[in-house]
Design a protein around this ligand. Structure first.
Ligand SMILES: C/C(=C\COP(=O)(O)OP(=O)(O)O)CCC[C@H](C)CCC[C@H](C)CCCC(C)C
Length: 374
């Protein structure tokens, strides 16, 4: 489950990884080792910022100065691993003074992985990717657009709109600690957004599209990122909608862009990937288990709070496993028997080994992509 969270770029990456150290029954972290007390601390404190809308985080105009006093003198740890965390944009990052490293941290490189994998799946699904220099260059450009640029933009804008709550939860993060100034953050948001959209348009021209499909997808993704993080909509406040928005945009959008780049994006693939995104919703729920007490204390209705741990646990694993079973059924129904059987073969260990099922889920996506190409 840990990597599933990471795969979907669930932002609380370090915490997601910690989930793997908890005792997990059917994907639900129900017991924490004493060493992982930060979980307990956080859950007893303020809720993960994905649900912080009710704290009235303001849309704009927070002076960095205001949040500076919260910046601790000493960061969580000044070890080598905290330096790695810093570069990857993970929690538990050490203090950094190099502006470029801080900029990189804001883009959370660890969260680029699912988008890059999505590009790979789209290329596979197109059935038209060839190992030529041109196709490899196209796919690298598409990965650059989806990962560093558009995911980087998404993560930076998310941190921007979460800066006040971060001043409480994670005061050592670049924005609340004052390590980077507000104009620098705004500039970074625009550079990444325009760079990503520019690359998308370049890819459309490169592919000879008469309609700029990739450009439109990038605009749609950028807009979704904005309404996910920014008021008044701030989709991330809503358990169901926020989780599905995250799951679908990380699974479907890069796949669509890449399939359009190398071939034709068909409606059956659109429907199939949107269906697959339900598994993304389930994966996103994993993150809610770590902050149940805090959510309850603040009256926030995350799925575990709203339905209880047991029910949320079943919603989580049910949405992941049933989605994949449905996709296997679809492949079977459309005559892709061997692909359907391969997918079933991957789902079986996933159901049995919930806690370490991540490679099976990720491979299942690729198998589905390959199946749709034939
Ligand atoms: C910012 C995101 C998650 C952070 O969530 P949260 O604040 O709850 O977590 P932390 O508290 O731990 O920070 C991800 C949001 C994803 C968004 C809805 C849409 C992403 C769009 C893609 C980047 C666009 C790709 C387009 C393309 C490939 C054509």
């Amino acid at each position: 489950m840990a990597f599933l969270s990471l795969y979907l770029s669930k932002p609380s990456t370090t915490e997601a990884l910690w989930v793997s150290d908890c005792r997990i029954i059917h994907g639900c972290c129900i017991q924490m080792p004493a060493a992982r007390i930060r979980f307990q601390h956080r859950s007893a404190g303020v809720r993960s910022k994905r649900h912080t809308g009710r704290l009235n985080v303001r849309a704009a105009g927070t002076e960095t100065d205001k949040t500076k006093p919260n910046a601790p003198e000493v960061t969580p740890s000044d070890t080598r691993s905290s330096a790695v965390n810093q570069l990857l944009g993970m929690k538990g990052a050490g203090k950094e003074t190099d502006k470029w490293k801080i900029r990189l941290q804001l883009t959370k490189p660890v969260t680029w992985a699912p988008l890059i994998w999505g590009v790979l799946c789209g290329a596979a699904a197109s059935g038209n990717f060839h190992w030529t220099i041109e196709d490899v260059a196209k796919s690298i450009t598409c990965m650059l657009m989806a990962g560093p640029f558009l995911t980087g933009y998404t993560q930076t804008i998310n941190d921007w709109y979460d800066r006040e709550i971060d001043a409480i939860n994670e005061p050592y993060r670049p924005i609340p600690s004052g390590a980077i100034s507000e104009p620098e953050v705004i500039t970074q948001i625009w550079v990444l957004l325009l760079g990503g959209i520019g690359l998308a348009y370049t890819l459309d021209v490169w592919a000879g599209h008469s309609f700029p499909t990739i450009f439109c997808l990038s605009l749609g993704g950028a807009l979704l990122s904005y309404i996910y993080s920014a008021p008044p909509l701030k989709l991330k406040q809503s358990g169901w909608i926020g989780n599905y928005a995250l799951g679908s945009s990380y699974i479907a959008l890069p796949w669509w862009a890449s399939q359009a780049l190398f071939g034709t994006l068909s409606w059956d693939v659109v429907v199939l990937t949107l269906l697959y995104s339900t598994a993304g919703l389930g994966i996103a729920i994993v993150n809610d288990f770590k902050s149940i007490e805090g959510d309850r204390a603040m009256g926030l209705q995350s799925l575990p709070v709203a339905f209880g741990i047991d029910t949320a646990k079943w919603i989580c694993i049910g949405s992941i496993d049933l989605t994949q079973l449905s996709v296997a059924g679809y492949l079977f129904a459309t005559g892709k028997l061997y692909y359907a059987l391969t997918l079933l073969g991957l789902i079986t260990p996933q159901i049995i080994f919930q806690a370490s099922a991540q490679p099976f889920f990720v491979l299942g996506l690729l198998v589905t992509a390959l199946a749709t190409s034939h």
